[in-house]
Design a protein. Structure first.
Ligand SMILES: [Zn+2]
Length: 272
């Protein structure tokens, strides 16, 4: 006779769970995610939330480890909601940080944090403030005086165009003006991955974005490009393309994995 993994009761021959216990367990998990995600913002009574979660967990046989994961899932759901309009307001950022503090979510154990930082950096750039939020270690770039590193991407694939092509200014999708800057919504990037058949993967390395240059540092290639030498930027789902202002310059593309952030950051920094 098998024993139910949830209630410990007799489950029947070759059975490890009761159907009702499994259903209650799944229902409890989604309830916790909903409670957590809707706790962000406003005058949240976090003590109440915590006791509600504990109560559901014990009723539905959800373990402490699972609670931790469900809280992160709820947090990510709240981050999704904050980005529904593709923009993270100051208030939304503060609410999310308070939420993280309460549930002891740390930068390195909650992946929603990266999105919060990116949203906050873009907002600051768009408001005309140079963001200084990141602490960088082992920077391979030799920055100029009065130059500030705003963001750095690891493991960026760098591609060069095989043949020179005239730059054709196509549709860039829908842009929205926010404060000073021009801002592209996530939907503008869908279906525009970097075209890899016409490009050569030249190197993989660190890409640094400052208030003056784009830097690239890889085992084979190291260079920087000044913003005022760039005549066109191309948004891609997974990165950005640029065309330098030189007769011989071939288009260069950088795959960071996050075209929305990369493009909005670089285009707005270049106009600061
Ligand atoms: Zn059971």
């Amino acid at each position: 006779m098998g024993v139910c993994i949830f209630c410990g009761g007799k489950a029947g021959l070759f059975r490890k769970e009761h159907r009702e216990c499994r259903a209650r367990y799944n229902e409890g998990k989604s309830q916790i995610v909903d409670i957590v995600s809707s706790s962000v913002g406003g005058d949240t009574d976090y003590a109440r939330i915590t006791s509600d979660i504990q109560e559901i967990a014990s009723e539905c046989c959800i373990s402490e480890d699972q609670i931790d994961q469900l809280i992160k899932n709820g947090g990510n759901k709240a981050v999704d909601a904050a980005f529904e309009d593709d923009f993270l307001s100051k208030q939304e950022e503060e609410d999310l940080i308070r939420f993280m503090d309460h549930f002891s979510l740390k930068q390195d154990n909650f992946n929603g944090f990266t999105r919060i930082v990116k949203g906050a950096i873009l907002r600051e750039v768009m408001e005309g403030t140079l963001p200084n939020r990141m602490k960088f270690v082992d920077i391979p770039f030799n920055l100029m005086k009065s130059e500030q590193l705003v963001y750095a991407f690891n493991d960026v694939d760098y591609y060069e165009q095989k043949t020179k092509r005239e730059y054709v200014g196509g549709s860039k999708g829908v842009s929205v003006r926010v404060a000073k800057g021009v801002y592209f919504r996530t939907s503008s990037f869908r279906g525009h991955p970097i075209e890899r058949t016409e490009t050569i993967h030249t190197d993989t390395g660190v890409m640094g974005i400052t208030n003056k240059h784009i830097y690239f540092f890889g085992p084979h290639k190291q260079f920087r490009v000044k913003y005022d030498k760039i005549i066109a930027f191309t948004p891609y789902t997974d990165g950005i393309g640029l065309q330098r202002d030189a007769a011989t310059a071939k288009p260069q593309t950088f795959s960071t994995g996050d075209g929305w952030f990369t493009y909005n950051l670089i285009v707005n920094l270049s106009q600061m």
